[in-house]
Each structure stands twice: as structure tokens, then as C-alpha cells.
Ligand binder design. Structure first.
Ligand SMILES: Nc1ncnc2c1ncn2[C@@H]1O[C@H](COP(=O)(O)OP(=O)(O)OP(=O)(O)O)[C@@H](O)[C@H]1O
Length: 283
């Protein structure tokens, strides 16, 4: 076992909580936040966000995928999300469970603004995503949302530090900002217990360590919302627990609204809240 898999080092916690300017909060009743698609004077849609609003709110979201044609040649659809209303607040880690095909990944994809719902509304930090053009959706994805998938998908040629700096570069960092990104990358690697692995490439890391780099990379652009799909699918029990504990810890210290899809119900007690899906509906 790799020491950094089992014993993440968590320093600079207070610094980060202050940087974000808030303590973790409990869930509030839905419906009292300022939610708006701002219409500026020039007619373009601005991406104004409101830090007091939930990091994510979906209202009556339905999603249908095309599913071939029926016997008469008419197009068929499969309903993956069926009137899903969900609110995620910062500082709260929510487990998303449910049987295979129940719609968990679809909900993550809608929350990440990767797919537009067929109907219903999605708000990220109070900003309605429904009518935004692709360039603004891309900005929301980069600036407000961090994503962690089952497989870390790290680039083989890059060191851990470079993986993180690349995320800042893709988000538009240049010159002095890239210098700051290197410092932030090292801070984040320390936060996920990988301080000694900044110069290592993926093949020099264990599965658990790669997932830690992946998580640190998702935090590079200081997101409010962290969407995590089966982060422990490729890991043994011990490393799985360690990664879930890390996610819970980061959620609280960074004030993230995190939504974590998991099949491992034994780790649900590590989360603050659990929601379950069946046939595209939240139970
Ligand atoms: N691209 C697609 N095209 C057509 N149908 C899809 C597509 N993606 C998902 N579906 C269908 O939508 C439903 C929800 O799928 P989804 O992947 O969201 O479920 P899931 O709960 O994440 O499943 P799993 O736990 O197996 O990953 C399923 O019936 C699935 O077959």
C-alpha cells in the first residue's frame, strides 16, 4: 500500500475556508434564491452567478435520449431523467445511489452542462443554464464545476503537477497566471496527500494516487460544484475508503457542493446526505 493512499495530509485548511469566505452550510428549503439568466444591454446572455444561491439546482428536469425507431418507423426515446428536482449546497457531500440504468450518470451530465435537458431548468450558482449559448456553458463548466470520473484519464507524458497546470491553461491562464497555477497545483497536491508526487508521471503512481491527482486537478479552477462518477470503481476496498474520506474532507474544507455517484453503499455513512434514483426519478 502506498502511504499517500492511506494518509492524506490536510494542511492549509483554514486558509482555504477563508479564501472561499464561508463555512459549510446546511441545506435550505428550495425556492428562495435569486435565480436568473441575466440579459445584458447588448442582448448577449451574461453568466452572472450568485454565491448565496445553491451551487446546483435542478427543477423538474427531464431528459430523453433518442432510441431508434418503433415497428412503424417512428422515432422512439428512452427517458433517463423524469422530473428531477435537486438542490446542492456548498459544504455538503451528497451520495447518489441507484441501480444500473436509473439515471445517475445522466443527472451528472446535465449538472455538468454536458447535456441539455429535454425540459425543466438547471441553475448553477443561481445562473440558469437553460438558455445559455455553448461558449457560456463552457465557461460555467470550467469555472464552477469540477468533474471526476471513474478512470482518472491523466495524460501519460505529464507529471502530476503538469496535469494540474494544464487544467488552468485550458481554462485560459497565461503568463503570471500560469506561475500562480504552479503554486496552486503544489498546494492542491499537498491537500490530497500527494506532496511528494508532483514530478511523477501516471505510470509511476498507484491507482489510488492517480485518482488523488485527478481530484486535485478537478479543484484547480476553484469550483463550487464537484461532480464525481464512481471514483472508486477501479480501486480496492482500502483505497476506495481512503478516496471517499478525502472527498468528504475536501467538501468540508473547500466548501464544495459535491455529488458523488457510488455503488458502494458501505461508504454512504461518510457522506452528509444520500439521494437515490430509480427509473430516472429521485426517490
Ligand atoms: N447516450 C444514450 N443514448 C440512449 N440511451 C441512453 C444513453 N445514455 C444512457 N441511456 C439510457 O438512459 C438510462 C439512464 O442511463 P444512465 O447511464 O444515466 O444510468 P446510470 O444510473 O448512470 O447507470 P450505471 O450505474 O449503469 O452507470 C438507461 O436506460 C440508459 O440505457
Amino acid at each position: 500500500m502506498h502511504a499517500s493512499d492511506a494518509e492524506p495530509r490536510h494542511r492549509a485548511a483554514d486558509h482555504d475556508r477563508h479564501r472561499h469566505g464561508h463555512e459549510p452550510r446546511h441545506e435550505h428549503a428550495a425556492g428562495h434564491e435569486a435565480e436568473h439568466a441575466t440579459q445584458p444591454h447588448d442582448g448577449a446572455v451574461a453568466t452572472a452567478t450568485d454565491d448565496a444561491a445553491p451551487a446546483l439546482r435542478t427543477r423538474d428536469v427531464c431528459l430523453e435520449y433518442p432510441d431508434g425507431t418503433d415497428a412503424e418507423g417512428r422515432p422512439r426515446t428512452v427517458r433517463a431523467l423524469d422530473h428531477v428536482s435537486l438542490e446542492l449546497r456548498r459544504g455538503v457531500m451528497t451520495a447518489l445511489i441507484g441501480p444500473s440504468g436509473s439515471g445517475k450518470s445522466s443527472l451528472l451530465a446535465v449538472a455538468a452542462a454536458l447535456i441539455k435537458p429535454t425540459s425543466g431548468s438547471v441553475f448553477v450558482a443561481g445562473q440558469s443554464l437553460t438558455e445559455l449559448p455553448e461558449k457560456d456553458l463552457a465557461r460555467i463548466r470550467r469555472g464552477h464545476t469540477g468533474m471526476v470520473f471513474q478512470q482518472p484519464n491523466l495524460l501519460a507524458a505529464l507529471t502530476s503537477r503538469e496535469q494540474l497546470v494544464l487544467a488552468a491553461h485550458v481554462a485560459g491562464a497565461r503568463g503570471k497566471e500560469l506561475h500562480a497555477a504552479r503554486t496552486r497545483a503544489d498546494e492542491l497536491l499537498e491537500q490530497v496527500g500527494m506532496v511528494d508526487c508532483g514530478d511523477r508521471r501516471p505510470h509511476q503512481l498507484s491507482g489510488g494516487q492517480r485518482q488523488r491527482v485527478n481530484i486535485a486537478r478537478a479543484l484547480m479552477n476553484d469550483p463550487q460544484l464537484l461532480l464525481v462518477d464512481e471514483p472508486t470503481a477501479a480501486l480496492d476496498q482500502e483505497r476506495s475508503r481512503s478516496v471517499m474520506e478525502l472527498l468528504a474532507d475536501l467538501t468540508h474544507r473547500f466548501g464544495l457542493a459535491s455529488l458523488v455517484v457510488t455503488h458502494d453503499t458501505e461508504f454512504v455513512p461518510l457522506t452528509d446526505r444520500c439521494v437515490s434514483m430509480e427509473d430516472g426519478r429521485l426517490q
